[in-house]
Design a protein. Structure first.
Length: 245
């Protein structure tokens, strides 16, 4: 990479962060002044999509017809901080994404996420984790559409890790179809431990839903592995469970 390319990449990375912070500021204003949860979610979805539009990021969506028009649970691989923003921008605004409970400790971020439809799950303390799990099950039973990154976190190493059971328990309790989603390109754009993003094309593959009554829907464990295998099949990344003893 010559110096001209390096400078251009650096300037694009700065511009991408400017787009993100501007969108965050507008979203915060929306969260404060706009009444009605559905109206807020629609506006925030539009504003966050503008991050990618203004930054000139090529986003390809395949299989959109696989997304049920009614309530469902979507589960996606997790490779970067970009993943949540990407899905929030390009999936229908009815989806409320499940965020790690640590975000409750950042008041402004917690307020914005909560007012734009996100839900939170405690990962460290058992009582809080059980409480949040019950709330997610209740939301699913009431027909809410939920979005999860069931790996729980992401690492620098490419690949798909173990899917935690929470999303799949909620889906079964709510009798909702599970839609696996494979995200490509975000690890290259903003990998773990990197601050400045790198411009790269992104792709969202919405895979066929696993519906109640399907073979893979027999239990939360079976459902998790069925969804994980479908995501793996759509990605050019290894199975991280192959490295486990």
């Amino acid at each position: 990479m010559n110096w001209v390319t390096s400078v251009a990449s650096f300037l694009w990375g700065i511009w991408a962060w400017v787009c993100f912070f501007l969108a965050s500021l507008v979203s915060l204003v929306i969260a404060i002044i706009v009444p009605g949860a559905h109206r807020r979610q629609k506006l925030v979805t539009f504003v966050t999509r503008m991050i990618f539009v203004l930054a000139g990021v090529n986003v390809t969506i395949r299989g959109f017809d696989n997304l049920p028009t009614d309530s469902s649970v979507v589960v996606a691989n997790h490779a970067s901080f970009v993943d949540g923003v990407l899905l929030n921008s390009y999936l229908p605004s009815r989806f409320g994404f499940v965020i790690k409970g640590e975000m409750r400790d950042i008041p402004v971020v917690h307020f914005l996420l909560r007012r734009s439809g996100s839900k939170f799950v405690e990962r460290k303390e058992a009582p809080g984790s059980s409480r949040d799990a019950r709330q997610l099950v209740k939301a699913a039973q009431e027909g809410e559409s939920l979005g999860f990154f069931p790996e729980g976190t992401f690492v620098l190493e490419p690949g798909v890790g173990r899917f935690r059971p929470g999303a799949f328990v909620a889906a079964i309790k709510g009798d909702l179809p599970v839609v696996p989603i494979a995200i490509s390109g975000t690890r290259k754009m903003l990998p773990s431990r990197q601050i400045l993003p790198i411009k790269s094309a992104l792709r969202i593959d919405i895979l066929p839903a696993i519906a109640p009554g399907d073979e893979g829907y027999a239990s939360s464990r079976a459902l998790a592995e069925t969804a994980r295998q479908r995501v793996l099949a759509a990605l050019d990344e290894p199975d991280l469970l192959d490295n486990e003893d």
